[in-house]
Design a protein around this ligand. Structure first.
Ligand SMILES: *[C@@H]1O[C@H](CO)[C@@H](O)[C@H](O)[C@H]1NC(C)=O
Ligand SMILES: *[C@@H]1O[C@H](CO)[C@@H](O)[C@H](O)[C@H]1NC(C)=O
Ligand SMILES: *[C@@H]1O[C@H](CO)[C@@H](O)[C@H](O)[C@H]1NC(C)=O
Ligand SMILES: *[C@@H]1O[C@H](CO)[C@@H](O)[C@H](O)[C@H]1NC(C)=O
Ligand SMILES: [Ca+2]
Length: 579
């Protein structure tokens, strides 16, 4: 006979569980008795679904968001369903540390792209800190399936349960279940504090915000490069294609790569330290004119590559030539961001020094020319989420700037309460004492760094409307800090600026902030690759910007209004506020 979770947790004593070994507790019988059956109204945990296995001396390689570590863990997979729904099953995976390594911590992890989890790959980032780490499959059928596999019940029909699960429901359920399961498993008394956290990047960053904007499930969250402002963000992937179409110019990738290299070389020293890293893309915007690239020679050897985009896998010939005026015009149009047919600003864009990932072209060997290759992410959004068709064949024939704007508007309205994820009033989370460390690669090529700046500024202006800019920023920095990562790409160090740092230990910083009250000022980061691997950096909290003086000898985080202004986009194509 199983004890109820309540009776069980009262019966078990924390001291006894802490003295137990992993083998004592990592059994089906023990786990089944610890299931948080009453954690959440409206769901039923399937006690027979439990799969338990112990792994000893697991060696976890370093990730971008955590260092390497070795630990023992108990893996628990379980299933639950929503009462009253048919064909409904949600899988949760928890990795639990050995009892003597448990530090009264719980961590939720998230996904990327269209995935709501990262397989097991993010779980070590919690277990290494003595936290139970959780991942959900969102109810999409398995941990390998993504939201876009489940989103359409049929052509023309949204599976609304899958949509809301992806939007925000699945993560809330996982946190509530995961926290109670952690308490039960380790026999924590009600009076004992369980510290609860989140860490994920990209779509996982959006998932993090979906919770922070609604709940107070966590004491702290590390959110990286969130793919939020969803309708804008997804359509924004089509802007580079649109800009090519407008110019009727489809460059060989090597030409854009050359423009990128020249931009990085010219803008690197503007931050005061010539190190191959553009730490001040704002100074690059203010002081570098891309026209300087016109006429410069480029060469790239022939190669067989999978390319940047889903549907672009091909062999490419050797490319050589001189950077054209049209090539530069295209680069400028991309950096200037999406505009409507009247020239009004629809959305923000990437910083100079970001790889031109959305601007990939496809080589046609029959015509020996480069052709438009529509962004897979942008195409998926229009086909699946707007047209509701299970297809990947978006054509931009007949599409104009105003079509892109209309696609944003349609998606913004339809999914405002589910996917848009820009609610700027964080008073619930803040009121409960929650902390946020938000990080974003300044050279991100998938989610523009300015997107994170815009959201931080929205929160500041909505929550501190009566304070001056600097006073409001100071208040917000007491609990929500944004760090731009010099030279970093999307949720990872960049391949073009290999000397750039990455803040690999951010969760540790967050833990110290939450549990010891040590508010970070700068954020520690490390070079993770290349000849400067291991070099330590400190990242500046927005709105301060990094600057080296005395020939690179002195580092400061400075307030620079002209630079800050370059990050603020006037999206005057909209009558609605775009948070
Ligand atoms: C743990 O694994 C490492 C190699 O990954 C090995 O050197 C060490 O002996 C192992 N320790 C135990 C206790 O098995
Ligand atoms: C994830 O971890 C579980 C438990 O250790 C294991 O059974 C499963 O194979 C892992 N999945 C992958 C993709 O490695
Ligand atoms: C751009 O720079 C990288 C090194 O960072 C180099 O490998 C590549 O060949 C350069 N590309 C062009 C077109 O010059
Ligand atoms: C859904 O529509 C697409 C595009 O028209 C089509 O290719 C696909 O076969 C349809 N799927 C089903 C199951 O009818
Ligand atoms: Ca530099």
């Amino acid at each position: 006979m199983l004890l109820s979770a309540w009776a069980w947790s009262v019966a078990a004593s924390a001291a006894i569980v802490h003295a137990a070994t992993l083998d004592d507790v990592c059994t089906s019988a023990y786990v089944t008795a610890a299931l948080p059956l009453d954690a959440l109204t409206g769901i039923t945990i399937d006690s027979s679904s439990v799969v338990v296995s112990a792994t000893k001396n697991y060696s976890s390689a370093a990730g971008d968001f955590f260092e390497s570590s070795t630990f023992d863990f108990c893996a628990v997979q379980l299933a639950y369903s929503h009462n009253g729904l048919t064909d409904d099953q949600v899988l949760l995976m928890f990795w639990l540390p050995a009892p003597d390594k448990f530090e009264n911590r719980y961590l939720s992890t998230g996904g990327g792209g269209m995935a709501i989890n990262s397989g097991n790959s993010s779980l070590p980032g919690g277990v290494m800190y003595g936290a139970v780490s959780g991942a959900t499959d969102g109810g999409f059928g398995s941990f390998e399936l993504d939201e876009d596999d489940a989103f359409l019940a049929a052509n023309g029909t949204i599976d609304y349960e899958a949509m809301y699960m992806f939007g925000y429901k699945a993560h809330h359920e996982m946190s509530v279940i995961g926290k109670q399961f952690t308490r039960n498993f380790f026999g924590m008394a009600d009076s004992e504090k369980l510290y609860t956290y989140y860490q994920a990047c990209s779509e996982g960053g959006r998932e993090g915000w979906s919770q922070i904007q609604r709940y107070d499930d966590w004491d702290g969250a590390v959110v990286g490069a969130p793919a939020f402002r969803y309708a804008h963000q997804q359509v924004q992937h089509l802007w580079s294609d649109m800009a090519m179409k407008n110019l009727d110019y489809y460059p060989p990738p090597c030409e854009l790569e050359k423009i990128l290299n020249l931009t990085i070389a010219a803008c690197d020293p503007l931050d005061g330290l010539t190190d191959g890293v553009v730490s001040r893309t704002d100074l690059c915007k203010l002081h570098y004119n891309l026209d300087k690239a016109i006429g410069e020679s480029y060469y790239c050897a022939a190669e067989t590559s999978s390319g940047y985009k889903k549907r672009q896998a091909s062999s490419t010939p050797a490319q050589s030539g001189k950077v054209t005026a049209k090539g530069v015009e295209l680069a400028k149009a991309i950096i200037d961001g999406m505009k409507d047919s009247q020239g009004r600003q629809v959305y923000l864009s990437y910083q100079p020094s970001a790889t031109w990932s959305d601007a990939g072209t496809t080589y046609n060997s029959e015509t020996d020319s480069w052709e438009l290759s529509v962004s897979g992410i942008g195409g998926d959004w229009v086909d699946r989420f707007l047209e509701l068709i299970d297809s990947e064949s978006l054509s931009l024939d007949g599409v104009t700037e105003d079509t892109l704007k209309a696609w944003i508007y349609e998606g913004w309205q339809r999914y405002d309460s589910v996917l848009q994820t820009t609610w700027p009033d964080l008073s619930v989370y803040h009121g409960a004492g929650g902390k946020i460390l938000h990080v974003h690669g300044e050279s991100d090529f998938s989610v523009p760094a300015a997107s994170s700046v815009r959201y931080w500024e929205s929160v500041r202006s909505v929550m501190y409307p009566d304070l001056s800019y600097t006073a409001g920023a100071a208040q917000l920095n007491e609990w929500y800090r944004l760090y731009l990562i010099p030279g970093a790409g999307h949720c990872a160090p960049s391949t073009d600026q290999t000397n750039g740092p990455f803040p690999q230990t951010t969760l540790q910083v967050l833990i110290d902030w939450v549990e010891k009250g040590s508010t970070p000022t700068t954020l520690p980061a490390t070079v993770l690759q290349g000849s400067e691997e291991g070099k330590k950096w400190e990242l500046c909290a927005w709105p301060l910007r990094p600057l080296w003086t005395k020939n690179g000898a002195k580092f400061e985080c400075v307030y620079d209004q002209a630079s800050i202004n370059t990050w603020h986009w006037d999206l005057n194509a909209w009558d609605m506020p775009v948070y």
